[in-house]
Design a binder for this molecule. Structure first.
Ligand code: CA
Length: 236
């Protein structure tokens, strides 16, 4: 089980004394912490290191914590990554925005290490409970999408999809039977601040069909609107 291996925690904080202190306490509890000093570094590590949790300070140079939070939620590969925000007392309105953007919890500075550890543990406990009820895979005919391992197999054989192809297919699978406009797909998979055209969606749909021919007939284009994944594959 995933809960057996040490959990990786990404600390995003530019103030080194605080970052080191948090790291020290997390290590003492058996976690594997990593530090990012900037928002950009945090986003890169969130994708490359697959952390189990992000402890995100709101006050960061250049890209602030709220922007980081938003970017994490909009990337399909990090969309469900748990986030605990570190906020200052006078940042209450930012805290509200952070929670609206999808942060899971927040702690007000100055905080005691004991409080932080208690929050981390309770968040992991809460997630384990809810994960029990969440699907860990999506199935469509002979295709299986493993959401925790980010893997797609057809008849047990792995098909390599890029992160965007995976995100696009996941979105179609979760909303099968519904027409999804190119705009909606672009926003959900690429994020609201993605600078691209709806043609990007067409290109990726074509690539998914090429890689998984099962979807050739079952992802249908709906005139001028967008795409729909049929509830069930068409009979031969
Ligand atoms: Ca800071």
């Amino acid at each position: 089980m995933a809960s057996q291996r040490p959990k990786k925690i990404l600390i995003v904080e530019d103030e080194q004394d605080i970052a080191q202190l948090v790291r020290h306490y997390l290590e003492k509890e058996g976690y594997h912490p990593n530090i990012a000093k900037t928002g950009l570094e945090a986003l890169n590590l969130a994708v490359s290191e697959h952390p189990d949790l992000v402890i995100l300070d709101l006050m960061l140079p250049q890209m602030d914590g709220l922007e980081v939070c938003k970017a994490i939620r909009h990337k399909p590969e990090t969309a469900r990554l748990p986030i605990i925000m570190l906020t200052a007392k006078n940042e209450e309105s930012d805290t509200v925005v952070g929670l609206e953007l999808g942060a899971d919890d927040y702690i007000t500075k100055p905080f005691s290490p004991k409080t932080l550890m208690a929050r981390v543990k309770s968040l992991f406990r809460r997630l384990e409970r809810t994960n029990d009820h969440k699907p860990t895979s999506l199935v469509y005919d002979s295709m299986q999408m493993d959401l925790t391992r980010h893997e797609v197999t057809v008849n047990g054989k792995e098909v390599l999809l890029t992160a965007k192809e995976f995100g696009l297919l996941e979105h179609l699978l979760r909303h099968r039977g519904r027409v999804l406009t190119r705009e909606v797909l672009l926003n959900e998979v690429w994020g609201y601040d993605y600078y691209g055209t709806t043609r990007t969606v067409d290109v990726h749909v074509r690539r998914v069909k090429l890689k998984v021919p099962l979807f050739n007939d079952s992802i249908v284009s709906v005139k001028t609107m967008g795409y729909k994944l049929l509830d069930k594959p068409r009979e031969e």
